[in-house]
Structure formats: structure tokens, C-alpha cells
Design a protein around this ligand. Structure first.
Ligand code: ADP
Length: 178
């Protein structure tokens, strides 16, 4: 069974196989963690995202609809792959937000497994500009990852990376994170 870890800090600094980006549907970069990842990774990452977005043009929801995930190389980052997933925008909870957020974690883990990636770092998807309540999002993140591990036996380490103190304190309440 994989080890679940908790880290406070900048996800672009982690030594892991896969870094997950909380992207937007256009895949063209944005603010928050998306901006930090693109700044650290450089233009090669953006070029790869542009090409995926162009291939997937015309899908409802843009290049990558909420809940789905795509995978690219790392650009200048030291990881092996970047997995870009699009979290739901919080609209009050009645528009399927919880299912979409869970799908982000599930689909990212599935991609990591398919590409033979053994360690994966997640940011707190949707809890920034997209406004998802942090406590509910943390619960979904930890629960979904735990539930998805048996189907993805190649994954040995999952790291929850909290940038802000509030998220870090919330994740600390899960006894099985170390
Ligand atoms: P979203 O649009 O999915 O809400 P944001 O990037 O606005 O995405 O926020 C998602 C989370 O990423 C927030 O909790 C924010 O604190 C965090 N974050 C911002 N920068 C970084 C970073 N460099 N490393 C890890 N997490 C980050």
C-alpha cells in the first residue's frame, strides 16, 4: 500500500515522479499553482499544453473539461511528468462539484499508474480561485486517494502539498498522513 504524506510548501520544488497541476479548461496557464508550475517549467510545458488543447478543441468544457486530466512532459521541472487536471468551480455544491473534484484525483492517479509513475504530488485542487470550501475539499482528496490506491498498485507515494497554512492544518487532522 502506498504511503500518504503531507507537506507544506511549493509543489514545484518537490522531488517526485509526477506533479499534478490544478489547471483550467483552456490548459493555457493561469494564476495560483498553475502559474507557479508554468513559470518553473518554462515555455516547453506551455507548448505541449497548447498542442493538447488544439487536439481536443471542440470538446464541451474546452481542452480539458472539469474532472478530467491530461499528461505532459515536465519542461524544466525535475519531475518526470506533469498531470494537468481541471477542478470544478464551486457554485454552492449542487452542480456536481464533489463528484468532479473526486474525479480529478481518480483520473490523475490513473494516468500516473498508466505511465509507471511511482510518486505523485497533489496541490489542493479547486481551493484557490475556484472557491471550493477547504475542509470539504480536503476530505474528498484524502478519501478519494485512499479509495483509488488498490486499483493503482504501481503508485508508492502520494504527497498532499499544502501551500497555505489553513489547508495544512486541515490535512493534519487526517491521522494516516505522515
Ligand atoms: P484552483 O483554480 O483549482 O482553485 P489555485 O491555483 O487558485 O487553483 O489554488 C489551488 C491551491 O493551490 C490553493 O490552495 C493554493 O493555495 C495552492 N497553491 C498556490 N500556489 C502553489 C504552489 N506553488 N504550490 C502548491 N500549491 C499552491
Amino acid at each position: 500500500m502506498a504511503v500518504l504524506e503531507l507537506v507544506q510548501g511549493d509543489i514545484t520544488r518537490l522531488a517526485v515522479d509526477a506533479i499534478v497541476n490544478a489547471a483550467n479548461s483552456s490548459l493555457l496557464g493561469g494564476g495560483g499553482v498553475d502559474g507557479a508550475i508554468h513559470r518553473a517549467a518554462g515555455p516547453e510545458l506551455l507548448a505541449e499544453c497548447l498542442s493538447i488543447a488544439a487536439q481536443r478543441k471542440g470538446r464541451s468544457g474546452g481542452g480539458c473539461p472539469p474532472g478530467e486530466a491530461v499528461i505532459t512532459g515536465p519542461g524544466r521541472l525535475s519531475c518526470k511528468k506533469v498531470i494537468h487536471t481541471v477542478g470544478p468551480v464551486w457554485h454552492g455544491g449542487s452542480r456536481g462539484e464533489a463528484d468532479l473534484l473526486a474525479a480529478c484525483y481518480r483520473n490523475s492517479l490513473r494516468l500516473a499508474q498508466e505511465h509507471g509513475l511511482e510518486s505523485i504530488a497533489f496541490p489542493n485542487i479547486s481551493t484557490g480561485v475556484y472557491g471550493y470550501p477547504k475542509d470539504a475539499a480536503a476530505e474528498i482528496a484524502v478519501h478519494t486517494v485512499k479509495a483509488s490506491l488498490p486499483a493503482n498498485p504501481g503508485i508508492k507515494r502520494v504527497i498532499f502539498v499544502c501551500y497555505d497554512r489553513e489547508n495544512y492544518e486541515l490535512y493534519k487532522q487526517f491521522a494516516d498522513l505522515r
